[in-house]
Design a protein around this ligand. Structure first.
Ligand SMILES: *[C@@H]1O[C@H](CO)[C@@H](O)[C@H](O)[C@H]1NC(C)=O
Ligand SMILES: *[C@@H]1O[C@H](CO)[C@@H](O)[C@H](O)[C@H]1NC(C)=O
Ligand SMILES: *[C@@H]1O[C@H](CO)[C@@H](O)[C@H](O)[C@H]1NC(C)=O
Length: 451
């Protein structure tokens, strides 16, 4: 009896497994845009997939294929009700995501964007002051996929027309600052073929090694923002000594050394300061552009490859633009991080939100995963119990991470009176004390002097 049952299950299993090997997903068409024109590797991959037996596709596994992934998202114009879920296990050492479709159909078309940092390396690693910065990208000629691809092509965008060398697998065409690779037909699943491009790239290779952003909230109408930033020029290192004379004489604007860069502040920012360890640095170029302020930051010395700098940037914004309240419930909605320079990379950001004293029920939500650090209390003058501080961190951030967090809390308005009461109470006590003191003083000194 048992044996028969066993055989039956065995047969069923075989049936299932054969049907699952016959049915497979293939990529009918893949188009990749590979943008290597800055220090970041940005890809947009459009995929048309099909289930060969006509079964509905409900899940598709996407392999990232680029190391040091900073950001990934489905492109907006992709169909609705589609989700991206990160998988725990690696496939051939690659990070993978599963795209989940709410509605299955045998044919699917979607697009995925990725941004990765530190995959474009200076080559040579050291250059002299007046040399051009050359870089090398090591990637994959074929879009790395778990599935077979019928036809695919890649358009590569570069920062200049000066291309020293590149992988040459026909067909391909080379334009002024672009290379079009393919179309390549019948590419097997998990095909590995290297793509190497050696080219000139003088765009700023700046890395923020550490960002500490402090957002201090007050119920008196102001939010103070302070950013402490450590920055390194991570491009080709400067070989030999630096001559300011040569640098000024040459005055090339496309030099790999960074003289200045533009940072964006909210349009309502006021009281802007910019200082390093030696004191204030003037910030003369401040322009209102559409809905933000463009501020030109000019470190005390130009930054060459391998050079570092450290500075603090601060400003105030009115709280009515970021805070909402309903009775004793408050909500703060603000950027987690802000724009520091174009095509930025932040190795590690720590964000601290200092709330007014007496806040309770603090709830917090972010558009992407962050690491929450334990809550703290800080004491500033006039505080009695201390202010709650919410702290969190995240590594490998790029501009795509500029989006809002939401923080909810409760606050009794009566507590608002605490500080003024404390101040007036304090002044009142001083008055009383002086009056008493003066009286005492007069009587005693006048007596003692006469004797
Ligand atoms: C970036 O990826 C390369 C190659 O996988 C690795 O050696 C390097 O450590 C990574 N960098 C960071 C900052 O993770
Ligand atoms: C630096 O700037 C701040 C803010 O604008 C100002 O309060 C301070 O007096 C300045 N310090 C010096 C030394 O100029
Ligand atoms: C904050 O409050 C709003 C409105 O009450 C609510 O929609 C939102 O989900 C809350 N967010 C968090 C993180 O609790």
């Amino acid at each position: 009896m048992f044996k028969i049952l066993y055989l039956f299950f065995f047969a069923l299993q075989c049936l299932l497994c054969t049907s699952s090997t016959n049915a497979e997903i293939i990529n009918t068409n893949v188009e990749r845009l590979l943008d290597l024109s800055s220090q970041l590797v940005k890809t947009t991959i459009k995929i048309s997939a099909e289930e060969t037996t006509g079964k509905p596709i409900t899940e598709y596994v996407f392999l990232v294929g680029e190391p040091n992934l900073s950001f990934i998202s489905l492109k907006d114009d992709t169909e609705k009700n589609i989700q991206l879920r990160k998988n725990k296990e690696l496939i051939n050492g690659e990070q993978s995501y599963t795209i989940i479709f709410a509605k299955g159909s045998p044919k699917k078309s979607f697009a995925i964007e990725t941004v990765s940092s530190k995959n474009i390396r200076p080559h040579p690693e050291e250059i002299e002051q007046n040399d051009k910065q050359l870089v090398r990208y090591n990637g994959r000629l074929y879009v790395y996929s778990k599935y077979k691809t019928v036809v695919q092509k890649t358009n590569v965008k570069l920062s200049s027309a000066n291309i020293l060398s590149h992988t040459q697998v026909k067909p391909y065409t080379v334009g002024s600052n672009k290379i079009n690779l393919g179309p390549y037909e019948d590419v097997e699943a998990l095909s590995e073929q290297e793509l190497v491009i050696h080219y000139e790239n003088q765009t700023p290779f700046l890395t923020v090694n550490a960002l500490e952003r402090t957002i201090e909230l007050s119920h008196w109408g102001n939010i103070a923002i302070k950013e402490e930033i450590q920055l390194t020029h991570a491009g080709a290192k400067l070989k030999g000594s630096f001559s300011r004379y040569d640098f000024q004489k040459e005055g090339r604007s496309d030099h790999s050394a960074v003289k200045s860069y533009k940072t964006y502040l909210p349009a309502s920012a006021s009281g802007v300061y910019y200082r390093d360890t030696n004191g204030n640095i003037s910030t003369s170029n401040m322009n209102l552009v559409r809905d933000f302020i463009e501020l030109e930051l000019r470190p005390r010395f130009p930054l060459f490859g391998g050079w570092k700098t450290k500075y603090t940037l601060g400003y105030n914004v009115p709280s009515y633009e970021y805070m909402y309240n309903d009775g004793n419930k408050y909500q703060l909605k603000m950027h987690l991080i802000d724009h520091i320079y174009d095509n930025m990379v932040i190795d590690e950001a720590v964000i601290k939100i200092i709330l007014p004293e007496g806040c309770t029920n603090v709830q917090f939500s972010t558009p992407y995963q962050i690491s929450r650090r334990p809550n703290q209390l800080v004491h500033t003058y006039l505080d009695t119990i201390g202010r709650p501080v919410v702290t969190f961190s995240k590594s490998n951030l790029v501009e795509s991470h500029i989006s809002d967090f939401t923080l909810n809390y409760s606050f009794e308005k009566v507590s608002l009176l605490q500080e003024p009461l404390l101040v007036s109470g304090f002044i009142y006590v001083i008055f009383l004390f002086t009056i008493v003191l003066l009286r005492l003083d007069f009587s005693i000194t006048s007596h003692s002097h006469k004797e």
